[in-house]
Design a protein around this ligand. Structure first.
Ligand code: NAD
Length: 330
């Protein structure tokens, strides 16, 4: 099968590409390689894909309407997994238009490409952040949620609405996946697993927001990829071409337990700076994953303790690689 994966140099995108390629599919990976975080990390991820013969990389911005239309027309993808976006709740307060261009215009160019080229199934990334502040827990897809508290969340909710309208108007089978705090080897430098590990290993203080009372449903990357692989193969039918699933761990933990897991993995104690909650953040995320389990047997299995050991091991190796690279450049 021929796939387009957007955000192929990103954390989730690279791992999804790898699994698709392992399964024998042909993959075109798209990314604009933006400088939101460490360019060397995106290159490091791409370096794992480029040698594989069924993979081709295209550097393109989602908001480039002509470029996107041309790519879809020339390539005639059967399935699309759309993971490129401007991610991050906090950065959406600083750079709102990046979110409009990448997440709204970008979703539109993908939907238009699917519409005009008869793509069999569009799977796209949404987020737990669409549930906002006051949703009842565990968060369930059957609860209507429409009060996002950050611009990032608003663009993700908007993506779901745009997908709904295109599914309805043009019968495009779409599946939205609400990801819950994804972590693991190769993870993002703007997220807590990386920031806390970096600080703890370097004896620097960590910022503990909401005085440690946050709860997050941390989900390990391999569990996420397994869920994406299974659900991309379940094409919604003509009668109900629009689906949404939570893809989380179904086991939220307090920030304090998360910090303990990193301390154990690093063999060091954290210096903690307790702080108020950040604007746009939500106090708790908790995925009800019963729907995804019922549809494809999704059962996340990695504990935060095991997952963070794997992350810290990877982090240390990657830092050595970075040091060597920087040494070579001097
Ligand atoms: P990531 O930032 O690592 O990957 C996104 C990739 O998209 C990046 O490589 C970036 O260069 C690319 N990109 C951004 N804007 C683009 C544009 N305009 N054109 C082309 N490429 C562009 O993020 P991730 O953690 O892999 O997240 C993947 C998806 O899942 C995103 O849509 C994100 O919003 C969503 N999500 C992630 C999490 C998480 O915990 N990681 C949680 C909820 C939702």
């Amino acid at each position: 099968m021929k796939f387009l994966v957007t955000g192929a140099a990103g954390f989730i995108g690279m791992n999804v590409c790898k699994r698709l390629l392992d399964a024998g599919h042909e993959v075109v990976g798209l990314d604009n390689l933006n400088a939101y975080y460490l360019p060397q990390l995106k290159q490091h991820r791409l370096a794992q894909l480029l040698p594989i013969s069924n993979f081709r990389f295209v550097k393109l911005d989602l908001a480039d309407r002509d470029g996107m239309a041309k790519l879809f027309k020339e390539e005639q993808f059967q399935r699309v997994i759309h993971l490129a976006a401007q991610a991050g709740v906090r950065y959406s307060l600083e750079a709102p238009f990046e979110y409009v261009d990448s997440n709204l215009v970008g979703m539109m160019t993908v939907l238009e490409g699917c519409r005009h080229n008869k793509v069999e199934h569009l799977v796209y990334a949404s987020s737990s952040s669409v549930y906002g502040m006051n949703a009842k827990v565990p968060f369930s897809e059957s609860d209507m949620v429409d009060h996002p508290v950050s611009l990032y969340a608003a663009t993700k909710k908007s993506s779901e609405l745009m997908a709904h309208s295109y599914s309805h108007l043009y019968n495009i089978p779409t599946t939205g996946l609400r990801f819950f705090t994804v972590y693991g080897p190769g993870g993002r430098p703007d997220m807590a697993p990386w920031l806390f590990t970096e600080a703890i290993l370097n004896d620097k203080p960590i910022k503990v927001f909401n005085h440690g009372k946050m709860m997050r449903d941390f989900t390990y990357i391999d569990d996420i990829v397994e869920g994406v692989m299974r659900i991309q193969d379940v094409v919604p039918d003509n009668k109900a071409p629009y689906a949404i699933y939570n893809i989380g761990n179904n086991q939220p933990i307090q920030l304090s337990e998360f910090i303990e897991a990193i301390e154990t993995a690093c063999g060091k104690t954290a210096k903690k700076n307790y702080m108020d909650m950040q604007p746009g953040d939500v106090p708790k995320t908790y995925a009800d994953t019963a729907q995804l389990e019922a549809t494809v047997g999704y059962k996340p299995s990695t504990t935060i303790q095991d997952g963070m050991v794997k992350f810290v091991e990877w982090y240390k190796t990657f830092q050595k690689e970075l040091t060597n690279l920087n040494g070579l450049k001097k």
